[in-house]
Structure formats: structure tokens, C-alpha cells
Design a protein around this ligand. Structure first.
Ligand SMILES: Cc1ncc(COP(=O)(O)O)c(C=O)c1O
Length: 379
């Protein structure tokens, strides 16, 4: 299989574990076990009675029903527990697509949303966000693109890396466009629970049956290391996914499912805490960017904990990001990881601790000033 290197993950492999301050990741501050226990109200001794028994192909009954209560109105048949949403992405793309199929994907996008399809021999059509209009969506353009009758339309709102989202009316129009074209609508809900000004959008699968949704514990909950995600899809597709995962991972560990079940049952409390934290950090980021209009252009995100910041006047943002990591131990992700069109941008994650954000922003400013050839005014 001729698959492209996942640039973002490769960047993370190089730097994520070698920095002191992470302002590149797209997930909110990681919880400790003690925090998770306090938020969910369980004791570790509850694990003593756990038997290291296999779990089930679709997920153990406890976690599956907790997810069904949260996402499918209690319908267990539409839910599968996966290893992060990454596993769902892979299984769905492998099973739903054939060489030559057309896939329309929002652009920029998390690379896995298009490059597994590309490796399958699909034709990838980009649906670009309106870069000069706050990364807003152009639904008339999508309607035009979708006239060709694509197999799939893949979107992710709130969006990685920009944090932009849709209004409920725009979401309805998107669903209508997919329906008119007969395409499967693939809705990546990774950041769906963490929104700032508007309420979270509903999953679109209730209004359109050719819809596949996945979500994750990695982003809005602060449980990235749990490696648990979920997929909502028609039962026939989940059955095919179960067959394919028999060759990969079989099922998710019951140990992970134990923690995940508690997290879902207490998701509102966890998200409220993380949202309050992220809002405070976002305000810090906005104030910082407003003070540096010659160096930084920030479109404030509507959800998630990343922004796609533009650095005008920078000769080489990848080099600046490398320098930031190697000399100052700060992680930022160059926009190039989202495609060559975004060389002037970087993904800035503000979901980490407030201490690391406040330590990292002055270091970033210093590198930006130096690399833009400006005089450095502080040490
Ligand atoms: C939009 C989006 N979808 C899916 C994923 C996969 O995350 P995970 O496998 O941790 O659920 C990511 C990770 O960054 C992402 O940004």
C-alpha cells in the first residue's frame, strides 16, 4: 500500500516528547488519574474485581450503552467502540471506498481524512475553507462540487486546525447537499463537544441515514492517552468493520473501557471543566495576538482548542517551528503539515496548561521577531 507519511504525526514523533511546553496539540489539557476519579467518583479498588477477559468486537456492553445513551438515543446497534477515532477513520475508509471513487474533503484537514482514501486510489476533491474570510465555509461551492455525485463528503466541525464551525442552518444545508448528491456524509466529531459561543451541533445522522460519525476521548475530555474513540454508523457497516478489525486489533481492552465508561457517564462535568479552562487560555492567546498585529493573525476559533495562526512576513515557518522546538523546547505545528498551501501558518494549541501557554508565547514571539529580521527587545 502506497500511503503518504502522516506529516502531523511525524512532526509529533520528532518533537512531542522532547519539549517542555506544548502549544501545538489539538486536545485539551490531559487529566490525571486522580482528576478523572474525582470528576467521575470512582475508586481504583473498583478495578480489583476486573477479570482480564476479552471484550467484544463492538465494545463491551457498559461502554457501548453509555455511548449509545450519549449519542444514539440509546440505540446500541449503531455504536462501535474503537481505538481512538483513528481506527474508525481507517476502517471506514478501507471498507466504504473503492479505487476511482470520488471523495470530497474539507481543506485544510487532518491528513488521515483524505490520505487513506488517496492510498485506496480514490480521487480527492478539496473543498477549501475561505482563507481570507475567517476560514468560513462556502456551501454554494460544495453544492457545485457535489454535482459530480461523489461517494463521500468528509468534514470535521469544529475544525482541525482552524477551530471554525457551522451554524445549525449551515449544518442542515450540508446534510441537504450530501443527500441531493447521494454521497455518504462523514462527520468527524472530534471537537464537537467543546464549543465557545454556540451550543454543540447535533450529530447529523438523525436527519440523513447515509451518515457516518466518529468521535474521541482524546480532544474535549483530556484523555488522549486512553486511546479510545467511537463510531456511529449503520449496523451493516459496523458488521463489516468488525470483520476487518479481526485482523488488526480485535477489540478495545476492558481496562480502557472501564475508564472510558466512567468518562462518558460524566462527560458533561468533564467538558464543562475543560471548557472553562480553554476559554481562559483562549483569552490569553487573543490578547497576545492582538498585541502583535505585525507578526500574528489569529482567527478566534468557535470550538476545539486549536487556532490556525498566520505569521505574515516569516520567510520559513517550518524552520521557525523547528527552532522553537529545538532551541526553546516549545511545540508548535507548522501549517505545512496540513498541505503546501498553508506554509505561512501554524497550528497553535491553547488547550494545555495555562503555565505552559504563558511560558511559550513569549518564546514564540521571540523566534518570530528574530526570524522576521526584527530587533529582539528582550532577552
Ligand atoms: C479531526 C481529527 N479526527 C480524528 C483524530 C484522531 O484522534 P484519535 O485517534 O486520538 O481519536 C484527530 C487527531 O488529531 C483529529 O484531529
Amino acid at each position: 500500500m502506497d500511503i503518504a507519511i502522516a506529516k502531523l504525526e511525524a512532526w509529533m514523533r520528532d518533537y512531542y516528547h522532547k519539549v517542555d511546553h506544548d502549544i501545538g496539540s489539538s486536545g485539551v489539557r490531559d487529566l490525571s488519574m486522580a482528576e478523572l476519579r474525582a470528576l467521575c467518583g470512582f475508586e481504583l479498588s473498583a478495578l480489583d474485581s476486573m477479570i482480564f477477559h476479552d471484550s467484544e468486537s463492538y465494545g463491551g456492553p457498559g461502554l457501548r450503552s453509555a455511548l449509545a445513551d450519549r449519542w444514539t438515543g440509546g440505540d446500541l446497534d449503531k455504536i462501535m467502540v474503537t481505538h481512538g477515532s483513528s481506527e474508525a477513520i481507517y476502517l471506514v475508509m478501507q471498507l466504504m471506498l473503492e479505487p476511482g471513487d470520488e471523495v470530497i474533503v474539507v481543506d485544510p484537514a487532518y491528513q488521515q481524512l483524505h490520505d487513506i482514501a488517496a492510498a485506496r486510489g480514490c480521487r480527492i476533491t478539496r473543498w477549501p475553507l475561505r482563507v481570507d474570510h475567517g476560514f468560513g465555509v462556502d456551501l454554494p461551492q460544495l453544492r457545485e462540487l457535489a454535482r459530480s455525485g461523489p461517494r463521500m463528503i468528509v468534514v470535521n466541525f469544529p475544525h482541525n486546525p482552524t477551530g471554525v464551525s457551522l451554524t445549525p442552518a449551515e449544518q442542515r444545508e450540508l446534510v441537504a447537499i450530501a443527500e441531493e448528491s447521494g454521497a455518504w456524509l462523514v462527520w468527524d466529531h472530534a471537537f464537537g463537544e467543546l464549543t465557545y459561543e454556540a451550543e454543540p451541533l447535533p450529530l447529523p445522522d438523525t436527519s440523513y441515514e447515509r451518515c457516518i460519525v466518529w468521535g474521541t476521548f482524546s480532544k474535549s475530555y483530556g484523555l488522549a492517552g486512553l486511546r479510545v474513540g467511537w463510531c456511529v454508523a449503520p449496523p451493516e457497516l459496523l458488521a463489516r468493520m468488525a470483520v476487518l478489525r479481526d485482523y488488526i486489533a480485535l477489540y478495545v481492552s476492558p481496562v480502557l473501557e472501564f475508564f472510558a465508561e466512567h468518562a462518558v457517564r460524566n462527560a458533561d462535568r468533564i467538558v464543562a471543566l475543560q471548557k472553562k479552562h480553554a476559554e481562559g487560555n483562549l483569552q490569553l492567546l487573543r490578547t497576545w495576538a492582538e498585541g502583535l498585529p505585525e507578526l500574528v493573525r489569529l482567527t478566534p476559533p468557535a470550538g476545539g482548542v486549536s487556532a490556525f495562526v498566520e505569521f505574515p512576513g516569516q520567510p520559513d515557518v517550518v524552520r521557525s517551528c523547528r527552532r522553537l522546538a529545538e532551541q526553546h523546547r516549545v511545540l508548535l505545528v507548522p501549517g505545512e503539515c496540513f498541505g503546501d498551501a498553508y506554509k505561512g501558518y501554524a497550528r497553535l494549541g491553547f488547550g494545555g496548561t495555562t503555565a505552559e501557554l504563558t511560558a511559550a508565547l513569549p518564546l514564540l514571539e521571540r523566534v518570530l521577531r528574530e526570524d522576521a529580521g526584527m530587533v529582539v527587545t528582550h532577552d
